[in-house]
Design a protein around this ligand. Structure first.
Ligand code: ADP
Ligand code: MG
Ligand code: MG
Length: 253
């Protein structure tokens, strides 16, 4: 079953009109893990953000179908309710809102859209505790304001906690490994692996093999100048680690 099908996707920066995505094609089926690699500035984060409907970008051509629905007909919030999740490369702080309130609100919005009853604070506590444990996060994180004063690694763990709480169908993880120490990387990877199922899709943007050694991708894509120019398996990553992007015979920019 196809979860996400992106065809000939082009997108520009709304403010400047600069075209960034120049015809992206990508098909993710239920149960698959896809990795996207590529040099800085090749458009990986832009693709991630366009898929969740970030207002900085405008789709100028192409289509995307997510779980049978035309993705670009859905508001960003509707995409989230439909089960699409993006972890931010730089998670934002939300001063004045406690993490547990934020998580419960997000969780209940998703539950509501699935026709499930909302969780009251006590029920939510029982629901979230095992997820904190999985991520080796101290329960005191629940009572702190969203990401406020969190270290880089703690922010990344908190992103995955959000993913776990939302039970997203499609997880787009943009450089979740950046800034993580060895233990945090293992915890985050363990959590992502435990959230994976035959009904979920994962799209991971990363620069490094170490994340992919923990969360094994079925497909590895190389992005260059706004296009996916090569697709393969883990052996592509080994080639990259050995010789850099120059060793992959790709089209010139
Ligand atoms: P990657 O994630 O692969 O490193 P990005 O998708 O973040 O690359 O960026 C692709 C290109 O688009 C870069 O040259 C970047 O500077 C530019 N870009 C992306 N978003 C914006 C924006 N909101 N405003 C201006 N330039 C942007
Ligand atoms: Mg970058
Ligand atoms: Mg990026």
């Amino acid at each position: 079953e196809v979860m996400l099908e992106v065809k000939d996707l082009e997108a520009k920066i709304a403010a400047t009109g600069q075209l960034i995505l120049k015809g992206v094609n990508l098909t993710i089926r239920n149960g698959e893990v896809h990795a996207i690699m590529g040099k800085n500035g090749s458009g990986k984060s832009t693709l991630s953000k366009v898929l969740v409907g970030h207002p900085d970008y405008e789709v100028t051509a192409g289509t995307a179908v997510f779980k049978g629905k035309n993705l670009f007909d859905l508001e960003p919030e509707e995409r989230s309710h439909a089960g699409m999740f993006l972890s931010f490369q730089t998670p934002i702080e939300v001063p004045g809102v406690s993490n547990v309130d934020f998580l419960r609100m997000a969780c209940n919005a998703r539950r509501k859209s699935r026709g499930q009853a909302e969780l009251d604070p006590l029920e939510f506590y029982a629901y979230v505790m095992p997820k904190l444990e999985l991520l080796n996060m101290d329960p005191t994180f629940l009572n702190r304001n969203v990401n406020e004063g969190f270290s880089g690694g703690e922010k990344k763990r908190n992103e995955i906690l959000q993913l776990a709480v939302l039970e997203a169908d499609m997880a787009i993880l943009d450089e979740i490994d950046s800034g993580l120490d060895i233990d945090a990387l293992r915890d985050v990877a363990k959590a992502v692996n435990s959230l994976k199922s035959a009904d979920t899709g994962v799209l991971m943007v990363t620069h490094y093999k170490r994340l992919l050694d923990y969360i094994r991708p079925d497909f590895v894509h190389i992005m260059q100048a706004g296009e996916i120019v090569k697709t393969g398996d883990m052996s592509l990553v080994d080639q990259l680690e050995a010789g850099g992007y120059a060793t992959l015979s790709m089209v010139d920019e």
